[in-house]
Every structure is written in structure tokens, then in C-alpha cells.
Design a protein around this ligand. Structure first.
Ligand SMILES: Cc1cc2nc3c(=O)[nH]c(=O)nc-3n(C[C@H](O)[C@H](O)[C@H](O)COP(=O)(O)O)c2cc1C
Length: 394
């Protein structure tokens, strides 16, 4: 075959692959859609009239009412304590389609939330400046334009719709498989939990698992707010009752998709599955999770082996960077090429990690429902002959 013929052949394969990808929905411009069989497209900006999402592929027959979105949206909301941004949104979900008489019909579900408390003038002074550490510079370099009001599309306001979509995902996962997806704040700046009780996570504004430390957290946050600075955080996610077998080697591995989804949350700079980076200094005899018929003896892997769930608890952890919008003056450049000083006004979270807990739960739930439907599509007829190992210590 001549070089020309080889080139032509390669081109036709690439074209065919691209066409297949487009028609199968694998290749969607411009990455505002997440998931293959339970796919969520979000739209909207922080200070636009509304934000929303379209969920395609939701199984029919699931009861869902607008009130059911309130709990998780409130957990994500600002303005509920002095330790998060003071913006107060009602976050009332309107269900525009895909639900008839309170039950999902299998057709696309459109959800809408109107923005009601935007204060765009706070952003006038930075409309043409690049906040160091924020997405302003990179958005300009990519699109040649950006909506500066409240950070536009790069604002965590967008994650409201991920949380809303995940209310449906969490409900289906719980009803169908008894799965619970829970998260908590595992570190706030230098402070780490000194005790652990799931019951305490929801009783304080930090999602902190040790109530006795809440005064310490409040004092730290008050000090931080007065100083005008911000701080990073760690959020842990724990998923119970995922059956063994979910995940698609090699490019749709469960841990790979979880990592990608969690990394896709604003301000996330690191993701660990199981022991994560602590594995670096572990030895194989310690890290491997030994198996007995009565259960796994440990869970260093975080519930995923070979990209497939083992039936153990799934554990992930994310690192969130400190908020970049600061009222403390910093140095930057503007769109016209001038070196300038920058001061950010407006209402901001001094620690974005505090509100990230329900968002991380949401992304994990969206990955899991998608993987559940994909596993059902490919492997529903497979008969498993080997023993199923209880999760045991893990
Ligand atoms: C829950 C949450 C709240 C956030 N709130 C703010 C904020 O008030 N001010 C800000 O500058 N960034 C905030 N961020 C972070 C920005 O959205 C993020 O830093 C920005 O989009 C740049 O993206 P990157 O940090 O992922 O690179 C928040 C992030 C999350 C997850």
C-alpha cells in the first residue's frame, strides 16, 4: 500500500470514528454534558436570569417532586451561616419536562432555577482584570470573551444543577440498590477531626464529623474572615452498598470516572481513591486487601480493583484550594496588557471546601447511576458463579 493509500485509509477510519462518536453521544461539544446513559447537561451563568439542566436517560417510573430537591440544595446553598458567601438564593426547582403526575416518564427532564440575588456591580472593577488564581485569564485565552458577573460560567453557582440532578440519581441508587452517598469535611486548613460520628456531620454548618470542635472551626473562620484571606480544605466521600461489578475497563474505570468527576468540581486540585497518595510509602503486604469468605480484611483500595467495584465501601477524598477572590490587594494584568493591582469585592466563600461536600456527593452519585445503567446494559445476563465476598472490615 502506498503512503498516500495508508493516509487515506487512516483518514477514513478517523472520520468514521468521529461520526460514530457524534451519533453515539460520546463526543459532545463543548463538554457541558456529563454521563453516557444518565447524561446531565447544565447551562447558565452565576448572574444570568437562570441556571438549569437537562437530564437524559433517567429510568422511567421514579417518583420525584419539586420539594425533594430542597434538602440537598439547601446543604449546598450560600447565606446560611457567616462562614460562607452571603448571597441568598431561593434555589426553587421548576420541573419543566420529563415528569408526569410526579413520576419520571423516561423522557428528558429539564430543571430550572431562577437566579434572584445577583449583585453584578460588585464585579465592575474586575471585568477586565484577571483575578490571580481564578479562571478569568484562562477563559479569556480560550474564548476571547467572558461573562465577568459573579464569575459567569466558572462560578460554583453552576454546581447547583449538578446537585439538583444528583437528587434524582441518589434516589434511584437508594431505591434500587440501597446505596448511600455521604460526604464530610475531613480537614479545614490546618484543623483535622478529633473524633468521628456521622450523626454530627449534618448538625453543624461545616459538615464536620466532630461537634465538639465546632467552636474551634468558628473561631478559625472568624479570624480568617477578618484577615481577608482564605484557606483550603479536604472533603471525603463514602459510598455504601455499591454491588461488585460496576465500572468499565479500560477507559471507563469506576475509579477513573470518579476521579474525573470529582476533579471537575471547581477549585479541586487533588483526588485520592482509597489510601491514595499514602500508598506511595506502603508495602504490598499492607496495602493488599486480603480476602476471607466472611469478608475483606481491609480496604486500602477504596472499593475499586481493576476499575471495577468490589462491593466494599467506596472511598474518595478531594483537596480544594483556597478561594482566589480576595479583598486583600494582589498583583495582576488586565486585558489591555497593563500591570495593575487587583482587589475583589462581592460576596465570597472564605473556604470553598465547606460547601463542596454536597457537590462531591452529587458528582459521585452521577458517576454511579451512569455506571449502574451501563453495567445493566452490558452484563444484565451474566451469571456469576464465584462466591460474593461480604465487604467485611472494608
Ligand atoms: C462550593 C464552591 C464555592 C466557591 N465559591 C467561590 C467564591 O466565592 N469565590 C471564588 O473566587 N471562587 C469560588 N469557588 C472557586 C471557583 O469557582 C474556582 O476557583 C474557579 O472556577 C477557578 O477554577 P479552578 O479553581 O477549578 O481552577 C468556589 C468553588 C466551590 C466548589
Amino acid at each position: 500500500m502506498s503512503c498516500f493509500a495508508v493516509l487515506l485509509f487512516c483518514f477514513s477510519i478517523r472520520e468514521e470514528q468521529a461520526a460514530r462518536a457524534v451519533t453515539s453521544g460520546e463526543f459532545l461539544m463543548s463538554s457541558n454534558t456529563f454521563g453516557k446513559l444518565f447524561s446531565v447537561t447544565t447551562f447558565g451563568e452565576s448572574h444570568g436570569p437562570a441556571i438549569g439542566c437537562v437530564i437524559d436517560g433517567c429510568p422511567p417510573g421514579l417518583e420525584i417532586a419539586p420539594e425533594e430537591f430542597r434538602h440537598d440544595l439547601r446543604r449546598r446553598a450560600t447565606g446560611l451561616s457567616r462562614h460562607t458567601s452571603a448571597r441568598r438564593e431561593k434555589d426553587e426547582v421548576e420541573i419543566l419536562s420529563g415528569v408526569y403526575e410526579g413520576v419520571t416518564t423516561g423522557t428528558p427532564i429539564a430543571l430550572l432555577i431562577r437566579n434572584t440575588d445577583a449583585r453584578s456591580k460588585d464585579y465592575d472593577n474586575i471585568a477586565k482584570q484577571f483575578r490571580p488564581g481564578h479562571a478569568d485569564y484562562s477563559y479569556w485565552q480560550k474564548y476571547g470573551i467572558r461573562d465577568p458577573r459573579g464569575g459567569g460560567r466558572s462560578s460554583a453557582r453552576e454546581t447547583t444543577m449538578r446537585v439538583a440532578a444528583a437528587v434524582i440519581a441518589k434516589k434511584w441508587l437508594a431505591q434500587r440498590h440501597g446505596i448511600s452517598v455521604r460526604g464530610f469535611l475531613a480537614q479545614l486548613g490546618p484543623i483535622v477531626p478529633q473524633g468521628f460520628d456521622w450523626n454530627e456531620v449534618e448538625t453543624n454548618p461545616f459538615f464536620w464529623p466532630c461537634q465538639a470542635q465546632v467552636p474551634e472551626l468558628e473561631a478559625y473562620m472568624d479570624m480568617l474572615r477578618k484577615s481577608g484571606d482564605s484557606v483550603g480544605a479536604r472533603v471525603n466521600i463514602v459510598v455504601d452498598n455499591v454491588p461488585p461489578g460496576w465500572g468499565e475497563p479500560v477507559f471507563g474505570k469506576l475509579d477513573g470516572e470518579l476521579a474525573g468527576a470529582l476533579m471537575g468540581i471547581n477549585a479541586v486540585k487533588g483526588v485520592e481513591i482509597g489510601d491514595g497518595f499514602a500508598s506511595v510509602i506502603q508495602q504490598g503486604t499492607m496495602h493488599r486487601d486480603e480476602i476471607r469468605l466472611e469478608g475483606f480484611l481491609s480496604n486500602h483500595a477504596g472499593g475499586v480493583l481493576g476499575g471495577i467495584s468490589t462491593g466494599q465501601q467506596i472511598r474518595a477524598s478531594i483537596a480544594l484550594k483556597p478561594t482566589s477572590s480576595l479583598r486583600l490587594p494582589g498583583r495582576t494584568v488586565d486585558v489591555d496588557g497593563n500591570e495593575v493591582g487587583v482587589v475583589t469585592k462581592g460576596r465570597h466563600d472564605p473556604c470553598v471546601g465547606i460547601r463542596a461536600t454536597p457537590i462531591a456527593e452529587a458528582m459521585a452519585a452521577l458517576v454511579l447511576i451512569d455506571q449502574a445503567l451501563r453495567h445493566r446494559a452490558q452484563c444484565a445476563d451474566v451469571e456469576i458463579m464465584c462466591p460474593r465476598i461480604p465487604r467485611g472490615e472494608g
